[in-house]
Design a protein around this ligand. Structure first.
Ligand code: NAD
Length: 487
């Protein structure tokens, strides 16, 4: 690994509060570990409660001007921001791989998506309209609504998509006239650092976007700050519960984009080439399985079951796991030692629970032995009630489960407390609509439709969260309605 681009120097990370860059914070230093070889590669200054307080106050002052900025000007500035992100695609790709070890080919795709999300919401900035209820003659009243920004939005994100998670939140918040204080995950500070630089270069006024790397302590200070009027969070359900409990103290609204255990129903009439390749690559290949909306339970019609298990096993075993900077690598390491331990623990317990391991299951040795690399792992005959079928692994592990009837397939798909995405492969259009209607998820993707397309609202139900990102609803999360009546 030492000859890889992965070994080159990391950029210096700073706190961004107003127009200022700070190289130290009261939260101490976080040692960033290179997931390819398990060695420290950067020291990250961390915000503590003091810097969170400063950042929120700065963002609050900036809000007073930003909300008054001509919406067309907000659009132009956000469009410039999108252009700059696009112009820095290579750099963002490198930083994204430094952040968490995701294969650079995939990070590049996520950068392109981030540009689209930014442009999409830039376009909304000057198209925010209100409703008029007309004259209500009996009361002699005329009524209308005002769609207004909240103020400072607390943005807390996790580590698996350090740029796309920002792109799914920040442009919508800013287009609506809010300002933001961003707390990236302590594990992935590099992408947000460049994001802050380019925001300033695009002409986003100082204080409108503040970036404060920090730990849970900084996150909870941000949530608890009374000038933070709404929280938007991407992460796991356990942290979400703590954030929601803190929000409850102030009756503060929150958007929660959480984990998933998405079912992928493959019917007998499916295009098996598409179903097996998409179902496998998206569960045990891309991002080494560390994606919230990935189809991690493949629920397969009995007559094609053995064929599908064989195809999936063969595709999984061909996935190249390795140096994330090599162009033909599909899967890099998992994010850290704790993730590796959690995932291998779940694999071992799945074996004891009677699931049949058909490929993978272990760490990768040789030159990759020091890093957090795992084989793409597929289990068949998984009990739908077992831990493996019920709990998010967030690693390269797929469960395959057989079904006999459409109703049974839907019941299995709906049998977890999550409800993020649902996948269906069938050529029968009526069945596709019927199953889409029946799945208890925030979205349904049929026959390989794209994940996180900006024009469609994305966001789960159940313990997968609440609120939406994407589409008009993603904008409306950052607007509140005031109703005005005139006698
Ligand atoms: P996490 O929940 O542990 O941490 C996420 C962020 O919360 C980090 O920035 C962390 O510092 C911060 N944090 C931790 N404790 C906090 C507290 N008490 N108050 C405020 N902030 C706090 O992240 P994780 O569980 O490792 O992330 C992975 C999860 O994220 C998975 O469940 C995955 O499915 C989910 N995810 C969801 C989406 C989505 O859009 N639905 C996208 C990506 C990841």
């Amino acid at each position: 690994m030492t000859t890889s681009t992965f070994a080159t120097a990391r950029p210096e990370v700073s706190l961004r509060i107003g127009g200022e860059n700070r190289l130290t914070g009261s939260g101490g230093i976080f040692e960033h570990i290179n997931p390819c070889n398990g060695t420290p590669d950067a020291e990250i200054p961390m915000a503590g409660a003091a810097e969170i307080n400063e950042a929120v106050e700065v963002a609050h002052r900036a809000f007073l001007d930003w909300r008054q900025t001509n919406p067309a000007e907000r659009r132009r500035i956000l469009m410039r921001f999108a252009d700059l992100i696009e112009q820095h695609s290579d750099e963002f790709t490198r930083l994204g791989t430094f952040d968490n070890g995701t294969a650079s080919g995939l990070v590049g795709g996520l950068v392109a998506m981030s540009v689209e999300w930014t442009r999409y919401y830039a376009g909304w900035a000057d198209k925010i309209t209100s409703e008029v209820s007309g004259t209500y003659r009996t009361h002699g009243e005329f009524g209308y609504t005002l769609s207004q920004p909240y103020g400072v939005i607390g943005v807390i994100i996790t580590w698996n998509g350090p740029l796309i998670s920002l792109a799914m939140k920040v442009p919508a918040a800013l287009a609506a006239g809010n300002t933001v204080v961003i707390k990236p995950s302590e594990l992935t500070p590099f992408s947000a650092n460049l994001y802050a630089d380019l925001a300033a270069e695009a002409g986003i006024p100082a204080g409108v976007i503040n970036v404060v790397p920090g730990s849970a302590e900084a996150g909870s200070a941000l949530v608890a700050h009374p000038l933070v009027k709404k929280v938007t969070f991407t992460g796991g359900p356990d942290t979400a519960r703590k954030i929601l409990a803190a929000c409850a103290e102030q009756i503060k609204p929150a958007v929660m984009e959480l984990g998933g255990k998405s079912g992928n129903i493959v019917f007998e009439d499916a295009d098996l080439d598409a179903a097996c390749s998409i179902g496998t690559l998206m569960s045990v290949g891309l991002m080494s399985g560390q994606g919230c909306a990935f189809p991690t339970r493949m629920i397969v019609a009995r007559p094609i079951y053995d064929d599908v298990v064989a195809r999936v096993s063969s595709i999984a075993s061909m996935i190249k796991v390795g140096d994330p900077f090599e162009s033909d690598t599909l899967a890099g390491p998992v994010v850290n030692a704790a993730a590796l331990e959690r995932i291998t623990g779940m694999i071992e317990r799945a074996k004891k629970d009677g699931a049949r391991l058909v490929t993978g299951g272990g760490r990768i040795g040789g030159v990759l032995a020091e890093g957090y690399f795992l084989e793409p792992t597929v289990f068949a005959d998984v009990d739908p009630n077992s831990e493996l079928a019920q709990k998010e692994v967030f690693g390269p592990v797929l469960s395959i489960i057989p079904f006999d009837t459409e109703d049974e397939a839907i019941d299995i798909a709906n049998s977890t407390p999550y409800g993020l995405s649902g996948y269906v492969f069938t050529k029968d259009l009526k069945r596709a609509h019927r199953v889409a209607e029946a799945l208890e998820t925030g979205e349904v993707l049929i026959n390989g439709a794209m994940n996180i397309s900006v024009h469609r609202p994305f966001g789960g139900i159940g313990i997968s969260g609440m609120g939406k990102e994407g589409g008009r609803q993603g904008l409306e999360e950052f607007l509140r309605t005031k109703s005005v009546g005139i006698a």
